[in-house]
Write a new protein. Sequence first.
Length: 208
Amino acid sequence: MSAAFPELTANPRKTKGVRRLGPIDIAALQAAVRAIPEDVWDAENAAKPNKFGVLEDTRHIVFRFVDGPLDWRHSHDRAGWSSWRKVLEPVMAQAVRDYDYARGVFPRVMLARMPQGGVIHPHVDANPAARWPHKIHVPLMTNPGVVALFGGREHYFPAGEAVEVNNLGPHWVRNTGGCDRIHLIFEYYDADQPDPDWLEPLLRAGPA
């Protein structure tokens, strides 16, 4: 997709590397995540819409997702959102408090579970719908052996410290520690921000 649309500029508000968003209260969400049965992880992962080879053995539970790869402005709730939103929304609200958007929208929301020894290979989030929203991670369970490359530097993100990451540059993750890594990952954008000039011509042209 990136080769097909090389001229699509990124949202200038997005971080070019890593933006630290500060500590947040994740206790209730951690407890809920610890209670998820293995068969639920397996079933949700099998049905997820984000099936990309670079993710290897990382499993996901997807609560919200974009309707298509071109446009972040149209998204939908998946089956688990209604029962999980009461524990997810307070965490997301804390993470984005400093953006100060009057009409912030969360087009994608998911849990990502990387096993011990797991790897996410170097890649960029190339679809056009990923070029505008902020990409935010909230580590829920992790260990010092989890290393991620964003913005050309290696990082360790501790539990309860929200970060925005640059998903448009090459990035990878590896877990060499003694436990699974589970992050809440979501996108966020300002509905009052003008759309980029390239969006409407892209939508008229359709997928390449």
